[in-house]
Design a protein around this ligand. Structure first.
Ligand code: DX5
Ligand code: ZN
Length: 218
């Protein structure tokens, strides 16, 4: 059970200090948005390159961008340990996943809420993680979509059948009130932005989220 706080909810003027606040997490989730695949625009390669250098935890990049076939391997090359591309944007997801692994990253594929899992289940051998979005990608602070839990269960069932250690990540609206149903459905990597970077201490928030899912094992 791993916690990956999203720095989308952090202070973008002080990213190094904001990363230091989440040293007790397993990953730092970095949302790359290009203003095309999603309406919002955040940051890209040069910023992620510096985050990799200063972060106390490995960087988990979530690429909400067009043409990931071209761009995603560059995030692996600069040292992001996990690189997630959206299947809706990828021309050749299998080749892309293989090139991410070849570049030394964990290869991960994301599904928007409207994207079904079944057509992509045969990609599992080339993946290290599947991200099931629990909001429409693009913005932090949105409401959790519980209707995505059947998809999490379906991915978990595929992983069970396939064997091996493939992680299932959920992202969007994950908080102390929603994280347990995600774990129960089969998720084991939890992204949380506002639930970590809020008025309370990030360290305490991470500990609380961890505690809530610690009874679950997949
Ligand atoms: C949304 C991003 C999320 C976002 C989650 O497109 O992918 O990572 O930061 O934020 P919260 O946890 O606030 O929903
Ligand atoms: Zn994200």
């Amino acid at each position: 059970m791993q916690i990956s706080p999203s720095i989308l909810a952090a202070d973008f003027a002080n990213l190094q200090a904001e990363l230091d606040k989440i040293a007790s997490a397993d990953w730092a989730h970095v949302d790359v948005m290009d203003g095309h695949f999603v309406p919002n625009l955040t940051l890209g390669l040069p910023v992620v390159a510096r985050l990799v250098e200063v972060s106390p935890v490995p960087i988990d990049t979530h690429l909400m961008i067009e043409d990931p076939d071209r761009w995603a391997p560059m995030y692996a090359d600069l040292g992001a340990k996990s690189v997630t591309f959206h299947v809706e944007a990828a021309a050749d997801p299998r080749t892309l996943a293989r090139s991410l692994r070849a570049a030394g990253a964990r290869a991960s594929m994301a599904l928007k809420p409207g994207t079904p899992w079944a057509p992509y289940a045969d990609l599992l051998p080339d993946l290290d993680m599947v991200l099931v979005m629990t909001v429409e990608p693009g913005f932090g602070g949105q409401s959790f979509m519980a209707d995505q839990m059947p998809k999490v269960r379906a991915v978990r069932e595929s992983v069970r059948r396939h064997g091996g250690e493939i992680w299932i990540q959920v992202d969007g609206g994950v908080s102390a009130t929603t994280i347990e149903q995600c774990a129960e459905a089969g998720a084991d990597v939890f992204v949380a932005g506002t639930a970590v970077y809020n008025a309370e201490s990030a360290v305490a928030n991470i500990a609380r989220l961890r505690d809530l899912v610690s009874v679950h094992r997949h």
